[in-house]
Design a binder for this molecule. Sequence first.
Ligand code: GLA
Length: 342
Amino acid sequence: MRHMRFGQLPDGQAVDLHTIGTAPGPVLELLTLGATVHRLEVTCGDGVRRNVVLGHATVADRLASDAYLGATVGRYANRIAHGRFELAGREVVVGTHDRGNSLHGGPDGFDRRLWEVVSAGADHAALRLVSPDGDQGFPGELTAQVRYEVADGMVRVRHEATTDATTVVNLTNHSYFNLDGDGAGSVDHHLLSLDADAYVPVDPTGIPLGEPVPVDGTPFDFRAAAPIGPAVRSNDPQVVSARGIDHDVLVRGEGLRRAAVLESPATSTRLELWSDQPGLQVYTGNFLDGSLRSSLGKAYRQGDGIALEPQLHPDTPHHPDWPSAVLEPGERYVHVLEWRFD
Ligand code: GLA
């Protein structure tokens, strides 16, 4: 493990960058700000080493951005309608900053916090964050830990959390992939396959409308590998309203299993996403509008990356029949995901 100073927060605290892994295997650069995946360099199918995730050049760019590039998002990834819900008989009110809803843990989410490196070696690093009781409105002091590990051709990310009072937890990693390399342009030609037979339609603010529906005959049908471009240009009202795909799909099966495959014919690079979560938020970079810059200074435009975010289904506090995000004292939240490259 190598580390260096990446930058500093406005109050002067240092943001460090840690590197794990060795070429020709994956080399992962992590930031203590947001326990973020800053760069992920892999050997592509054509033999060329490329960074296949989007990232910002500086701390200031990152703090000014609302794209969550590579960040660990929490305490509750995705949306909670109107930022209000009932938990253990009382009403919880959390920060709202996305069209009236809570998104990714509130305005000052885990992606904006300095995480402490609690262990690190050549091939792994573990980062910890203690989120106080009442943080963004969420009850209970939550201790979260994210452990990154690099092993032959793959990256494993293990999220864990414990609490001292009843709360809700839904952590994920918000990396955007471009298998032709960060800044290579659109991923429209990437082939996506999803191990999912149903998806959750949403209202214009991204809140689930109700029950999941079959993907059959919709642009969300990626049961067989298909290019992303035609789907995000479909006239399906769900796609039009979200300006692309920004939806939760129900991953078939249980336990750690394959959830998605992303492949670029241009560089012959293939990524499998494995997850133990019931849902996967597929987000095609719809809000990237040229205003954010990459770590190489290039503008990110719509569709320049795709985020595949394993998690619980969105807005679970309002859907008691869906797998629950409630965490009680004495319990341990665990979420494992893997990025496997061929
Ligand atoms: C998530 C959301 C999107 C968007 C991005 C960040 O994936 O579902 O609507 O907010 O985060 O820009």
